[in-house]
Design a protein around this ligand. Structure first.
Ligand code: DHB
Ligand code: FE
Length: 278
């Protein structure tokens, strides 16, 4: 059966793409952020996954406000990045893994997750920048399966539903009859708000509690409503739903293998965590 080697959760901010393009990794503003990544790359070398299931939210590149599925899974042979208007260089295309895509889609529908299936899909900064941080040479050594969660247009799925989605993804991968090694990425968050009166809002205390509880007591976050989370983490802080999905795909006791937290990167509290089953 396929094996889930672990989950990597991290923030995605377009400014990271600009910092990479300008080689600012050692600049004082950026160093504490980029310094979080070498241990993750080492962990990836050791665990050597073949496939990355990337749980993220699209920001208007592939879906727009007129048609926005709550949950969507990619089933394309390849996923292209495109210009989102941030002026970032685009990255090379990502190979899909259509066998895993269809296994995941069939398993999720069978467990009553009525997801949208996308046989064509453009991937935005929430997918590409985490990949570029993990594999800076951009010669992607993994095939990919995108999983999109709507965190941008209300009504959003509840934390409990996202937790259950992650469990169903974990069950599907572990029942897949191959010897593939799969890493789950969850991108977005942590606390940030880009607009309105609270633009620039960050909640370090809540973020650090979330990072701790996600490992040791993952159901803790399910006590919060989406409205609670908007209040506690900002309108875009709810992207932490993608972390919840990535975490709940892991079975049994979970260990934190690495973590970093740095504020701010642009308007965002940048979190990073590697988790694996004990
Ligand atoms: C920023 C953060 C995001 O999550 C995003 O999608 C776009 C911008 C920011 O902090 O600038
Ligand atoms: Fe975002």
């Amino acid at each position: 059966m396929a094996k889930i080697v672990g989950s990597i959760t991290m923030s995605h901010v377009p400014a990271i793409g600009r910092a990479i393009a300008k080689n600012l990794q050692h600049d004082p503003y950026w160093k504490p952020f980029f310094d979080g990544f070498p241990p993750v790359r080492e962990w990836l070398r050791k665990t050597s996954p073949d496939i990355a299931v990337v749980v993220y939210n699209d920001h208007g590149l592939n879906f727009f406000l007129d048609k926005l599925p709550t949950f969507a899974v990619g089933a394309a042979p390849q996923y292209q990045n495109a210009d989102e208007g941030w002026g970032l260089p685009t990255v090379p295309p990502f190979q899909g893994d259509q066998d895993l895509s269809w296994h995941l889609i069939e398993s999720l529908i069978a467990t009553e997750f009525d997801i949208t299936t996308c046989q064509e899909m453009a991937v935005d900064h929430a997918f590409t920048l985490p990949m570029a941080l993990l594999w800076p040479d951009q010669k992607w050594p993994v095939r990919t399966v995108p999983v999109c969660v709507n965190t941008v247009q209300f009504p959003l799925p509840s934390v409990k539903r996202c937790f259950a989605l992650g469990q169903a993804i974990g069950d599907a991968i572990e029942s897949w009859d191959t010897d593939a090694r799969v890493v789950i990425l969850g991108t977005g968050g942590l606390s940030h708000q880009l607009d309105g009166k609270r633009a620039g809002f960050i909640n370090k205390e809540f973020d650090l509690m979330f990072m701790e509880k996600l490992v040791s007591d993952p159901l803790w976050i399910t006590r919060y409503s989406i409205e609670d989370l908007v209040e506690l983490t900002g309108t875009q802080g709810v992207e932490l739903l993608n972390w919840v999905v990535a975490r709940s795909a892991l079975r049994g006791e979970v260990l934190r293998k690495h973590a970093n937290y740095h504020i701010p990167i642009s308007n965002t509290a940048a979190g990073l965590m590697v988790m694996e089953s004990a």
